[in-house]
Ligand binder design. Structure first.
Ligand SMILES: Nc1ncnc2c1ncn2[C@@H]1O[C@H](COP(=O)(O)OP(=O)(O)OP(=O)(O)O)[C@@H](O)[C@H]1O
Length: 630
């Protein structure tokens, strides 16, 4: 693929983006002259200091919850931020994806509240703390993390999440008490205040801490006006914390808007630009291929098992996601699709099921908007507000799969389509290599995407060693391996029509809406019942022909066999578990079908269910006769 020589504009833009993602620059407030300890900016070198949570003086009950999670040592951002937050300072913390920012604010917040509760000093007409995040998925994630940390606490701190999908009545019930911690989006809190569900005067009396998580994204989710509406109700004494994976003018804007003389923590590894933005434990690869051959290449990667599971595959449109899912399905490779069209319950469930290793391949669409589209969004802001309801029915504006979601144990991120900008690349790749785990990324780069690839490479380049490739050519996929699948892949790709895609997309939404409604209350009561719904079930009801399901041995060249074995061996060496497809969680007292209220549920209706049964029966019969033959 031809290399594009960076133009001065590209240099400038790359520098801008590098600054965005590196955490260069900082809050513009000067340190408080009267209190030199307060305010200021720290560029913290990431020395591998190993500090246990004991040394941070945290509550014993919280440490017990951490021990249960197998977490003993603080990450660098936790090490820096926790003491400052415990001292009552306003803090802006910028640290790369997956570095443990959530516990960096949750632990000191919960520690303080436990202490106040023990001393009987909790103020109560409204929540004591707001945690504001850009999306509903993140509300759920933060709520889960906070609840899990409180598992061993004897004083009952109440955490609730409130989102725009809840009715006013449900929100009123959730806020009655009131809770100690409210996890929500700025829009939802602003609505609660404007509707009088939460009184401004009560907030002024109670609120002692406000946290803005994923602050770099809050403004892009149209939160500015909502945050501004909140400001008059925040007491001056309220401690404010702002967490961000990247640095940008949006973060600075929020800092100025809401924080008082904050401490700015910028965690980076000095001198190696690429490590500033992509965790060093993630190996980045790329494959050059024609746009029309991308399906073929991903098929070869998955079929020959050349990349480690679990795999998160990013595409730029919902249609492309379903096309890929249908294509892979025809080769016996099951996957699920995560996109903004699905109801919230389904999205949460898909993420949880994937995290629990119930399936290995997830195809996701992120909010991959071009700069122009983002600009148009901004311009249409007023209009968008008016039609918010409509928007949520079609594409959920608060959805952001890439941003901030803590996917567990994703080993490989594949960019089937390249993201529209370098910041998007950083956020996508940040879904692997979390909490210092090993990870890899593979980007399929077509001729048309060469300039964005160049931009990304340029941004990642080691400042001191410009010739070193940050993204290496993927070494395990040979031309022979690709060619061995070429004709089958082309045939199958042709057979997936636009109509099939529309049908699959419609069917998937229909299933998920039914699932979502039916399962809503059940999942509220039994959040751990993950495997009741399979999101990777077959979209097509046609039997997969054996010649597509199993690649004949003679087609696999020796190099590919060797590569596949290396991947398998390293997988075994790393002790990566097999998927726990059948493992059941959360049910007490046996696994009998009758005890499980959802076993009888099918989104497909009776006749289809019967059809499925027939197919399963047919498959069983076939298996039996195969056994008999052998
Ligand atoms: N001290 C620790 N040791 C080991 N694992 C940790 C520690 N702290 C947090 N983790 C785990 O690391 C993962 C990533 O943490 P978290 O989601 O807070 O990252 P983040 O910095 O907020 O990332 P992003 O910017 O992408 O949202 C989580 O699974 C979390 O449970």
């Amino acid at each position: 693929m031809p290399r594009v020589k960076p133009t001065p504009e590209m240099e400038e833009e790359a520098e801008e983006v590098r600054q965005e993602v590196e955490g260069a620059g900082g809050a513009e407030r000067a340190p408080d002259a009267a209190d030199p300890g307060a305010g200021g900016e720290e560029g913290t070198e990431e020395e591998e200091k190993e500090v246990s949570f004991d040394e941070l003086g945290l509550d014993e009950q919280l440490k017990r919850a951490l021990r249960k999670k197998g977490i003993a040592k603080a990450t660098p951002i936790q090490l820096e931020a926790i003491p400052l937050i415990l001292e009552g300072k306003d803090v802006v913390a910028k640290a790369k994806t997956g570095s443990g920012k959530t516990f960096a604010y949750l632990l000191p917040l919960l520690h303080d509240l436990l202490k106040l509760s023990l001393e009987g000093r909790i103020r109560k007409p409204a929540p004591n703390a707001f945690i504001l995040v850009p999306t509903r998925e993140l509300c759920q994630q933060v709520y889960n993390e906070a609840s899990s940390l409180l598992e061993f606490c004897t004083s009952k701190l109440k955490v609730v999440q409130v989102t725009a999908s809840m009715s006013d009545k449900d929100i009123t019930v959730a806020l009655s008490g009131p809770p100690n911690i409210l996890v929500s989006t700025p829009a939802c809190v602003a609505t609660c205040i404007s509707k009088g569900i939460m009184r401004g005067s009560s907030i002024k009396e109670s609120l002692s801490m406000m946290i803005l998580d994923e602050a770099d994204l809050l403004l892009s989710y149209r939160c500015e006006d909502d945050l501004k509406a909140l400001i008059p109700h925040i007491p001056r004494s309220c401690q404010s914390i702002l967490m961000s994976a990247t640095s940008s003018s949006d973060v600075d804007k929020l800092t100025k808007l809401l924080l008082h003389n904050p401490f700015v923590l910028t965690l980076m590894e000095v001198g190696r630009a690429k490590d500033d933005v992509i965790p060093k434990n993630v190996q980045q690869f790329w494959i050059s291929c024609d746009a029309k051959d991308k399906m073929l290449h991903i098929l070869a990667l998955l079929k020959f098992e050349l990349i480690q599971k679990k795999v998160l595959i990013f595409v730029n449109s919902i249609d492309a996601a379903f096309r890929l899912r249908l294509f892979l399905e025809k080769f016996g490779i099951r996957s699920a699709v995560l996109n903004a069209e699905l109801p919230q319950n389904s999205r949460l469930h898909i993420i949880e099921a994937f995290n629990a290793r119930l399936f290995d391949y997830l195809i996701a669409t992120d909010d991959a908007k071009t700069k122009e589209e983002k600009q148009t969004d901004k311009e249409n802001k007023k209009e968008a507000r008016v039609s918010r309801k409509h928007l949520q029915q079609t594409l959920d504006a608060e959805f952001g799969v890439v941003r901030g979601i803590d996917f567990k144990n994703v080993f490989t991120v594949v960019n089937f389509d390249m993201p529209p900008d370098p910041a998007g690349y950083v956020h996508r790749i940040g879904r692997t290599g979390r909490a210092n785990k090993t990870g890899a990324s593979v980007s399929l780069v077509s001729e048309e995407e060469s300039s964005i690839f160049e931009e990304i490479e340029h941004m990642l380049q080691d400042i001191e060693n410009k010739d070193t490739d940050c993204i290496s050519p993927f070494p395990l996929l040979t031309k022979d391996a690709v060619d061995s699948l070429r004709y089958r892949a082309q045939d199958v790709a042709r057979s997936v029509t636009t109509r099939d895609i529309q049908e699959a997309r419609r069917q998937d939404i229909k299933n998920e809406i039914l699932n979502s409604e039916k399962l809503k209350s059940h999942f509220e009561e039994n959040p751990r019942d993950l495997d009741l719904l399979k999101h990777d079930k077959l979209l097509s009801n046609k039997e997969i022909p054996a010649h597509l399901r199993d690649v004949p041995d003679y087609l696999i060249d020796p190099k590919t066999k060797e590569a596949s074995n290396v991947v398998k061996l390293s997988r075994a060496a790393m002790g990566i578990d097999k998927p726990q497809r059948r493992k059941r969680q959360g049910f007490k007292g046996g696994s009998g079908r009758s005890r499980d209220p959802l076993r009888t549920f099918s989104a497909e209706g009776k006749s289809r269910r019967r059809g499925m049964k027939d197919r399963e029966g047919e498959q069983d019969r076939r298996k039996k006769s195969k056994k008999a033959e052998s």
